[in-house]
Design a protein around this ligand. Structure first.
Ligand code: NAD
Ligand code: ZN
Ligand code: ZN
Length: 368
C-alpha cells in the first residue's frame, strides 16, 4: 500500500490508546462486608486533564482496609478496587498535569487534593472539595496493577533518586497520619510524658515521629506482646499490655497525675476510654483511630480538667517534610515492613495482615 507523509492510513497513537482503554489488569475488588476478590478489571484511563495513570510498583494494606471489610465504612461500594497507599511510575498524564511526566517515579498520597479550594488553601487537603480520602473509597484504589490519580500535581510526590521504595510506601498514609493527627494535633513537647494506645503501623508512626520533639517518657499500650516488643526497639520507654494489666491504674500510679498527651490509634471505645482516664489537667487527647461506634465521653469529669480533644483525617500536608526525614535516615520506617507478597497472592496478604498478632505482622508490601 502506498502512503504519503501527509495522509497516514493508520494513526498509531489512536490504536495504542484504544488498546490501552480496552486492556484489563488485576485489581483487588471489594464485594461487600467480608468479601474481596482479585479480578481482571478494566485498566484505568485519563478521565480529566488533571489526571495521571500510575503503574503501581509497591502497595500495602491499611488497618482502614480491614475496617472496610468489617463494614465500618459504608461509603465504599461493592465493585471498588481497594487501597490508598503505594509508590509507582507514571504511565500517562493528562494535558493539564505540569509537574509529572511519563516515567517519573512517584509516591501516591492517600489524600487527593486539587490545591485550589478553600480547604486546600488552608492545607486541609483531607477536606478538599474535589478530593480528600477518595482512593480505594469512592474511586478505585492502589491494590491493582495501575491506578488513576485525580489532581496528580497535588496528590503525588516525586521519589528522590536512590530512595528505598519500600520505606517510601509508609509516606502515603501511616507516617503523616501518626504525625499530623497524633503528634502535631496532640502538641507533643520536649519533656512530655505521652501515651500511645495502639501499636499498629499508625501508632508506631506516631511513636517514631513523636521523638522529633524529645518527649521524656513514652508509654506504648497494646494487647499484642510482639508489637510491644517492637515498640521498645522504636523508642518506647514503657510498654503496657492492656489485656493483662490495668493500663489506667499503672499510668496513674507511675505519673504525678496522668500523661500530657494521649494518642488514640485503635478506634474502639475501650482504647478511647483509656485515653480519657489517663489525660492530666491541661493535657491533650489526639484521636487518630477510625471509630465505627460512639464512645462514652466522660464530660462530667473532664469539663474541669482543661483538656483538649482533637480528631481528624490525615491531610498529608507534612509528607514533603517527612520525606526529608526518611531520606536523611532520621527515621527508618522500612523497619515496619514484616512481609512481602506478589499481587497474585494479595488474599493471603490480607489473611496475614488480618491476623497480625499470630502472624507477627506489621506492614506488608505487595508488588506485581
Ligand atoms: N485518622 C486518620 O486519618 C487515619 C488514617 C489511617 C488510619 N487510621 C486509623 O488508625 C487506626 C490504627 O491503624 P493501624 O493501621 O495501626 O491499625 P491496626 O489494626 O494494625 O492496629 C491497631 C492496634 O490496636 C491494638 N488494639 C486493639 N484493641 C485494643 C485495645 N482495646 N487496647 C489497646 N490496643 C488495642 C491492636 O492489637 C493493634 O496492634 C485504625 O482505626 C485506622 O483505621 C486513621
Ligand atoms: Zn490508611
Ligand atoms: Zn481542594
Amino acid at each position: 500500500m502506498k502512503t504519503t507523509m501527509d495522509e497516514p492510513v493508520i494513526n498509531l497513537k489512536e490504536i495504542l490508546q484504544t488498546s490501552i482503554a480496552k486492556a484489563t489488569m488485576k485489581g483487588l475488588v471489594y464485594g461487600g462486608p467480608g468479601i474481596i476478590e482479585l479480578k481482571e478489571i478494566p485498566m484505568p484511563t485519563i478521565l480529566k486533564p488533571t489526571d495521571a495513570v500510575v503503574k503501581v510498583l509497591k502497595t500495602t494494606i491499611c488497618g482502614t482496609d480491614l475496617g472496610i471489610l468489617k463494614g465500618k465504612t459504608p461509603s465504599v461500594k461493592p465493585g471498588t478496587t481497594l487501597g490508598h497507599e503505594g509508590v509507582g511510575v507514571i504511565e500517562e498524564v493528562g494535558t493539564a498535569v505540569r509537574s509529572f511526566k511519563k516515567g517519573d517515579q512517584v509516591i501516591i498520597s492517600c489524600i487527593t487534593s486539587d490545591g485550589t479550594c478553600e480547604y486546600c488553601k488552608k492545607q486541609m487537603y483531607a477536606h478538599c472539595e474535589d478530593g480528600g480520602w477518595i482512593l480505594g473509597n469512592t474511586i478505585n484504589g492502589t491494590q491493582a496493577e495501575y491506578v488513576r490519580i485525580p489532581h496528580a500535581d497535588n496528590s503525588l510526590h516525586h521519589t528522590p533518586a536512590g530512595a528505598d521504595e519500600e520505606a517510601l510506601v509508609m509516606l502515603s498514609d501511616i507516617l503523616p497520619t501518626g504525625f499530623e493527627i497524633g503528634v502535631i494535633n496532640g502538641c507533643v513537647k520536649p519533656g512530655d510524658t505521652i501515651a500511645i494506645v495502639g501499636a499498629g503501623p499508625v501508632g508506631m508512626s506516631a511513636l517514631l515521629t513523636s521523638q522529633f520533639y524529645s518527649p521524656a517518657k513514652i508509654y506504648m499500650i497494646d494487647l499484642d506482646e510482639n508489637r510491644l516488643e517492637l515498640a521498645k526497639e522504636f523508642g518506647a520507654t514503657d510498654t503496657i499490655n492492656s489485656g493483662t494489666e490495668d493500663a489506667v491504674k499503672r499510668i496513674m500510679a507511675e505519673t504525678k497525675d496522668g500523661v500530657d498527651v494521649c494518642i488514640e490509634a485503635v478506634g474502639v471505645p475501650a482504647s478511647f476510654d483509656i485515653c480519657q482516664n489517663i489525660v492530666r489537667p491541661g493535657g491533650h487527647i489526639a484521636n487518630v483511630g477510625v471509630h465505627g461506634h460512639s464512645v462514652d465521653f466522660q464530660i462530667q469529669n473532664l469539663w474541669i480538667q482543661n483538656i483538649t480533644l482533637t480528631t481528624g483525617l490525615v491531610s498529608t500536608n507534612t509528607t514533603p517534610m517527612l520525606l526529608k526525614t526518611v531520606s536523611s535516615g532520621k527515621i527508618n520506617p522500612a523497619k515496619l515492613i514484616t512481609h512481602h507478597f506478589k499481587l497474585d497472592n494479595i488474599l493471603q496478604a490480607y489473611e496475614v495482615f488480618g491476623n497480625a498478632a499470630t502472624e507477627k505482622a506489621m506492614k506488608v508490601i505487595i508488588e506485581p
